[in-house]
Design a protein around this ligand. Structure first.
Ligand code: SF4
Ligand code: SF4
Length: 222
């Protein structure tokens, strides 16, 4: 899922400083799971903004609402009237949701309430870790299900680099070396011979550096 972090209150306060009626719009999926922008966090942000404005002697109408996903029209469209009733929206969805809202409500200022950070998962309570860089050409079948693109500091396709110490990465000793993880996993699978296979240069044309990406599924078109 997409992992995000709440922006500092000061930054959000500044964005909406000139608006009288503001909607804090939560997103009930990824950002709810990572406790950055779900219903609870949207309510909390709305009340922090209300208090901050009151303390500055500039009381404002700050309301909150949460929809299941801000990245699908079917969830965005039903709040048309609510959005029309405010001067600006702080979206606590990831960057996809913020842009979805901005695309649907062209004349309404939509501000980001979180920093979209990475594709990852909670590995234990309070700890979220990156797992995927959405490179568009998955090689997890070759690496025992451990992604060197996302998890090796150098995104090495043929590792390790020679710098790992005691299973940790030389770039950050607190991070497990991705290629050690790949080795351990292949050993458990009885496929260690795979370590000897040279992976060809990766085709990065499917990754982000090729510009805006798009998938067209004719079978799903109406
Ligand atoms: S808008 Fe972003 S955070 Fe919300 S459900 Fe969609 S991808 Fe997840
Ligand atoms: S030590 Fe391991 S994870 Fe770190 S850069 Fe080298 S191969 Fe990649």
């Amino acid at each position: 899922m997409i992992i995000a972090q709440r922006k500092p209150l000061e930054e959000i306060k500044e964005m909406v400083a000139s608006y009288e009626k503001v909607l804090v719009l939560g997103c009930g999926t990824c950002v709810a799971v990572c406790f950055a922008g779900g219903e609870k966090e949207a309510k909390l942000l709305a009340s922090e903004l209300r208090m901050a404005r009151q303390m500055e002697g500039k009381p404002t109408q700050i309301i909150d609402h949460t929809i299941q996903r801000q990245c699908e029209w079917e969830f965005i469209d039903p709040i048309k009237e609510l959005v029309a009733s405010v001067d600006a929206v702080v979206s606590t969805a990831c960057g996809i949701g913020v842009q979805g809202m901005a695309e649907r409500f062209e004349d309404k200022p939509i501000f980001p309430g979180v920093n979209t950070t990475f594709l990852g998962m909670p590995v234990q309570p309070g700890e979220f870790v990156e797992r995927c860089q959405a490179c568009g050409d998955c090689i997890l079948d070759l690496t025992g299900g451990v992604c060197p693109v996302a998890r090796c500091a150098k995104s090495l396709m043929n590792g390790p680099c020679g710098g790992s110490q005691n299973g940790k990465c030389e770039v950050n000793p607190e991070t497990p070396c991705a290629w050690q993880l790949i080795y351990d996993r292949l050993a458990k699978l009885g496929q260690l011979e795979r370590m000897m296979e040279i992976m060809p240069a990766k085709d990065w044309s499917t990754s982000r550096d090729g510009g805006l990406r798009k998938i067209i599924r004719e079978d799903l078109k109406l």
